[in-house]
Design a binder for this molecule. Structure first.
Ligand SMILES: Cc1cc2nc3c(=O)[nH]c(=O)nc-3n(C[C@H](O)[C@H](O)[C@H](O)COP(=O)(O)OP(=O)(O)OC[C@H]3O[C@@H](n4cnc5c(N)ncnc54)[C@H](O)[C@@H]3O)c2cc1C
Length: 537
């Protein structure tokens, strides 16, 4: 018989304890909100994950606001390991070219970001973020617990869960579905799931000790193996030591692991002399998919349950972390009583277009990988050499936006959000590679160092912040209007003329997630109306 666990009614129930589920729990906990998180597996990262390895600058800024940026930087991935991409026909084959990319040690923090990109493979990142969430003491983590079904009414959601001692039901005010690309919650809500299926891929997790001793090209993050039919394999360094992921790319048929000669496939890429051990075999569907909506009533989708992408670009997890940060402050606002219903609508209005933008760019990268077939690329002849040069130059140019994606990571914007007040300035270009900071409403508030090691971004993260640049008008009427509505808001005065120029207006209102909500030369006549708009009243 189903028990109702009403002893611990949860403000938020998070379904799925992947990295995004724990990110939601951590963001909520940093805001003082309790959550229950259920995960069907018996623990976190119990297997060697064949997934994300790169946390972009924006994810690292969010991690900084959660207090875990240093832990990620010291996760165990060697900071002197280069991020170079080598193009070749095989590890024992022809060299085509190299796109050099710095190691963490050699990579400066960009002038427009508070953090640098970090390598942190998911088998290290997932336990790290789970631990950080659990340390807050505000997350009730229930492993070996599977979501079965849910029903919602005006006051909350009843969720039936299958735990180690049987089925029980839990009441929650809100549910965040972080149950991955095959999301049962999304299906139960009847939300459409549309996009493009790209290929069947197979990732082989390999241990290859000292691979760099078997070829003359030194250490690299990725070896793209290209044959007459185009890119057939991608060998990516996972842990900076001896674990690699070899992804066999581009089959339209479902790859049947039992029918494939795994050893032959690995040796096609590595050659016959490189010793290796197969640690894990993971077949997966490469697809650009997007949920038709991000919310039904009190249930919201987040992370891969809302969008999946080709990993070409490394934006899947990074996009999910952005979702988690947006959902965190919105649910906190609503649960605290000062946020209105429109905030819940704003979540999808803001994050869905970002997911479409990021996943479409990744599909474009993927096409650049596979559209490079040349019949003589493996021939030891002048024509072969000419084709190898052409393939490298073409791919290198097309993949610039894959290797250098500051614009994707930092330049997303919440155009048309119902809780952002436009200032009438035109939307700047959305370039995947180039990022130009702007304090235009709907964009990430610009970073600048206020003093050594202290960024403008370090002012944000809890309530709203009204930035007032020296000489700017008094902002106290806005603070009063916020206080009357129980909206947390502080006024910060900044003297620095360089930072003032970056923000362009003397008054800039920044949200708890570090996004600009409004800016102006003076407060509007009715400051209460402005507060009501940005709190979704
Ligand atoms: C080869 C590859 C390389 C990638 N590289 C990158 C990269 O470099 N950068 C990047 O940003 N992204 C990358 N990604 C994408 C990234 O791995 C995903 O976007 C990320 O794991 C999504 O996290 P999530 O928490 O949303 O979902 P998941 O990681 O899928 O987690 C979902 C969780 O929900 C649990 N669950 C599911 N159903 C239930 C249920 N009914 N009840 C309870 N629990 C349930 C699952 O057990 C799982 O733990 C890559 C992906 C692949 C495949």
């Amino acid at each position: 018989m189903t028990k109702i666990d009403s002893s611990v009614p949860a403000p938020v129930l998070i379904i799925g304890g992947g990295p995004v589920g724990f990110a939601v729990a951590l963001d909520l906990a940093r805001r003082g909100q309790r959550s229950v998180l259920v995960e069907r597996e018996a623990g976190t990262a119990l297997e060697l994950l064949a997934k994300a390895g790169t946390l972009n600058e924006r994810t690292m800024e969010i991690a900084r606001s959660w207090g875990i940026a240093d832990r990620i930087a010291n996760c165990g991935f060697p900071s002197d390991y280069p991020r170079d991409n080598v193009f070749c026909t095989a590890i024992n084959g022809f060299f085509m070219g190299r796109d050099p990319l710095h190691s963490a040690d050699d990579r400066p923090v960009p002038p427009y970001a508070a953090e640098k990109l970090r390598k942190c493979p998911q088998h290290l990142f997932d336990p790290l973020i789970a631990q950080a969430a659990m340390e807050t003491g505000l997350v009730d983590v229930r492993y070996s617990t599977t979501y079965n079904r849910l029903e919602q009414d005006a006051e909350g959601v009843t969720v039936w869960l299958e735990g180690p001692s049987g089925e029980y039901a839990l009441r929650a005010a809100y549910v965040v579905a972080c149950d991955g690309g095959a999301s049962q919650v999304r299906q139960d809500l009847g939300i459409s799931w549309e996009g493009v299926k790209l290929d069947n891929s197979l990732s082989l997790m390999l241990r290859i000790p000292e691979l760099w001793n078997y070829h003359p090209w030194g250490k690299a993050e990725r070896f793209l193996c290209i044959g007459p039919q185009g890119t057939y394999a991608n060998l990516t360094m996972v842990d900076g030591t001896d674990i690699y992921r070899l992804t066999l790319v581009g089959s339209q048929e479902r790859l049947d692991v039992d029918m494939i000669d795994i050893r032959a496939q690995v040796q096609k890429a590595l050659g016959p002399d490189v010793p290796f051990e197969v640690l894990r075999i993971v077949p997966w569907w490469r697809a650009q998919m997007l949920a038709g909506q991000y919310r039904v009533g009190r249930v919201l989708l987040c992370g891969d349950s809302a969008h999946t992408t080709s990993p070409t670009g490394g934006h899947g997890l990074n996009t999910g972390i952005g979702d988690a940060q947006d959902i965190g402050w919105i649910l906190d606002a609503v649960l605290s009583g000062w946020g209105g219903e429109t905030l819940l609508d704003a979540y999808g209005a803001e994050r869905r277009p970002v997911a479409y933008r990021n996943t479409s760019g990744s599909t474009k990268n993927y096409r650049a990988w596979i559209d490079q077939s040349r019949d003589k690329v493996c021939e030891d002849s002048p024509e072969g050499a000419a084709q190898r040069k052409a393939v490298f130059e073409g791919m290198s140019a097309s993949l610039t936006q894959e290797w250098h994606s500051h614009g994707v990571g930092l330049g997303y914007r919440y155009e048309g959000s119902p809780v952002i007040v436009p200032d009438g300035t035109p939307e700047p270009a959305d370039d995947p590679t180039l990022y130009v900071q702007t304090a235009r409403p709907g964009h990430r508030a610009p970073h600048a160092w206020i003093r050594n090691g202290f960024s403008t971004l370090d002012l944000f993260g809890r309530g709203f912040v009204l930035l007032r640049f020296r000489g700017g008008p008094d902002g106290s009427a806005l603070a009063r209007a916020a206080a009357e509505r129980h909206v947390p808001l502080t006024v910060e005065t900044i003297d620095d003329p360089v930072i003032a120029a970056l923000y362009e207006q003397p008054l800039v209102l920044v949200r708890p997630d570090g996004m600009v909500a409004w800016r102006g030369a003076a407060l509007p006549e009715d400051p209460g109306k402005l507060i009501d708009t940005v709190r979704g009243a």
